[in-house]
Design a binder for this molecule. Structure first.
Ligand code: NIG
Ligand code: FE
Length: 422
């Protein structure tokens, strides 16, 4: 049996019991850990753990592959529940335009933004899209991401949206991490439908959603519900069609304006509401008592210089806040969850423990992966980060921009190796 033993960890972090599926806001400051720990991996899953003083003799004497994690933290890898990692080209020209003073909305109104990405994606082959996205994802796995959600939304025709989702399916087969796929056909209104919005929603509801369900190409549906993009009523049609076929919503709401999207998404049973940079009290209240997970994207706020979401207010309402990168060419050209950790602590005023819970177990829950990843729990996949020697957990977000990760294990196998396995 393939086994691997990690010993002498400064701490095993995020040792939640299997019964904890998501962590409500007021409990997020508590991050369970085992100091001076050992952890056993068998057949790619976590099979046992404890403190070094209790390491069973037979394990200690067994000739197992072993990692000495002295001075290092062992954590569940980062779970990133909101990305647009499949895209055709970067948009650094728009970045420079924003430095010169244009806003994200002004650039979109000039034909840039999502429509710019759609024109490039429609012209690119499935093979090239796959190769580029695979390289991007491999980079983020080396940065500690061990589970990810990826959206379509740069095709904006039936054919090109399906092409994007086929690329995601190939990524699922080619890479060892769990990947969830989301149909985001309602990302921007394609110019072809400028005179008949309802026809585009009809296409999504009557053709695309049944087709992606039948072909197993998506797990979720999404809509960019926003002034100048899609209305609350349009989002509700998409969410209702998805829910009927067992594809729960994960939606873009309240990025620039509050137009009632949060309450509608909750009503439609969405799994998550994402962005939330602009929240009225009624939006916050709508989430209380629901099963919908609020997900904040601080690296998007950083890059676009827009407000940061109200993390503390969401946690005060005892909601299980999650964090994600939003990796995409327009608003967040970074899939680095380590940066998200620092921004969450610095700009969202989350404690390191709160942020780590938000980007592990709550992130996993925001993709329906809470039974597979997100914590160091017996039975879960051994998708694990081993840090370099660091003085404390708070040092991880504190020393921002520094690479603290030594080794990333996926199903117990090294994806990125540093000195502990060298
Ligand atoms: O989540 N806001 C909508 N969609 C993306 C950005 C898309 C783009 O600019 O290409 C986001 O920020
Ligand atoms: Fe997004």
């Amino acid at each position: 049996m393939a086994r691997l033993l990690i010993t002498n960890a400064k701490a095993l972090v995020g040792t939640h019991p299997a019964s904890t599926k998501r962590i409500p806001g007021r409990r997020m400051a508590t991050l369970p850990l085992i100091e001076n720990g050992w952890l056993l991996i068998e057949e790619g899953r976590i099979s046992d753990m404890g403190t070094m003083s209790d390491l069973p003799n037979e394990l200690d004497r067994a000739h197992l592959p072993r990692i000495d994690a002295s001075g290092r933290y062992v954590l569940p890898g980062w779970c990133d529940p909101h990305t647009h990692t499949v895209f055709a080209a970067p948009r650094e020209g728009e970045f420079v335009d924003r430095i010169k003073g244009l806003s994200y909305q002004e650039i979109a109104a000039r034909g840039g933004g999502i429509l710019n990405s759609a024109a490039k994606l429609r012209a690119m082959s499935e093979e090239d899209l796959f190769e580029q996205a695979k390289a991007r994802l491999e980079g983020t796995i080396r940065q500690g991401t061990v589970a990810v959600e990826i959206k379509s939304g740069y095709g904006l025709t039936a054919e090109s949206e399906l092409k994007m989702l086929r690329v995601v399916k190939r990524l699922q087969a080619a890479l060892p991490i769990p990947i969830k796929a989301t149909l985001l056909a309602a990302h921007a209104l394609p110019p072809e439908y400028a005179e008949d919005r309802a026809a585009y929603i009809d296409l999504i509801v009557n053709e695309l959603i049944p087709r992606v369900k039948a072909e197993g190409l998506a797990d979720h549906v999404d809509t960019f519900c926003e002034t100048n993009y899609f209305t609350v009523a349009e989002m509700e049609r998409v969410l209702a069609a998805g829910a009927t076929l067992g594809l729960p919503g994960k939606v873009h709401v309240n990025q620039f304006t509050s137009i009632g999207g949060v309450e509608a998404a909750v009503r439609q049973g969405a799994l998550s509401v994402d962005h939330l940079e602009v929240m009225e009290p009624a939006d916050l209240d709508a989430l209380v008592g629901s099963g919908t997970i609020p997900t904040l994207l601080p690296s998007c706020s950083f890059f676009l210089r827009i407000p940061y979401g109200p993390a503390r207010e969401l946690m005060e309402r005892d909601l299980p806040l999650a964090l994600a990168t939003d990796h995409n060419p327009g608003s967040t050209p970074s899939g680095n969850m380590n940066l998200v950790l620092s921004l969450a602590c610095i700009h969202l005023r989350m404690l390191p423990e709160e942020a780590i819970n938000a980007m592990t177990l709550n992130g996993a829950a925001a993709m329906g992966l809470e039974n597979e990843v997100g914590s160091l729990t017996v039975g879960k996949r051994a998708n694990i980060i081993i840090t370099r020697p660091v003085p404390s957990l708070a040092f991880l977000p504190y020393a921002f921009g520094t690479d603290h990760i030594d080794t990333v294990l996926i199903d117990g196998a090294p994806f990125r190796t540093g000195e502990v396995l060298a």
